[in-house]
Ligand binder design. Sequence first.
Ligand SMILES: [Zn+2]
Length: 240
Amino acid sequence: MCYVCDEERRPSRRGFLSVAASGALAGLAMTSLPAFAAGGATTNLTADEALAKLKAGNDKYVSGPELCAVQLNAQREHVAKSQAPWATIVSCADSRVPPELLFGGLGVGELFVARNAGNMVDTATMGTIEYGSGVLGVPLIIVLGHERCGAVAAACEVVEKKTKFPASIAPMVNAIVPAARAVKGKPGDFVDNAVRESAMRTAKQIATKSPIVADLIKKGKVKVLAGRYDLDEGKVEYFA
Ligand SMILES: [Zn+2]
């Protein structure tokens, strides 16, 4: 049994995606976001409530991890025609960092997730984040780095050894290099310091470079935080 599945679903969650999918993006180009978002129901959670829910889910994952398989059929049916995700997670593609699991065994229709090696934000990911908050009404955005991240370790190698990586891996890793360079020589573990620095830089990038997100932050509707997932303990910590 999953604590998410036990919650009573809000009627307002129903019937949104059909509206959003058909008219939302076109509306976004022409109208203000609040008017656009009013086209369908979104989550009722505030950013702080969403963060509290993520923290509770992660605590549950640390103390007694479980999947949500028992209720997935009902949950899938519930969200098949609408979605109102309440947190966007930008996380690494690393197979050990699946957001739905480490935040407490969440099922379908809960998190809006963008993943890539190193949890960086390119144009496609920024657009994804903007769609999440601007269209689907997601109040909380988390950039989730993690312990012993291979992509960040590769950026540290570039800084320390001028390592060259092939093909598209090179520019992917190079995007992390400024964060690694900024913490080189600082006390503590180089890679872990770079994981934190990169996540914080990316969170700041989202908050300041996206006009959609910046506007929603200004209106008190969205918060952006960086976080780090501990592979050993399963715990997520947050920092601005
Ligand atoms: Zn990683």
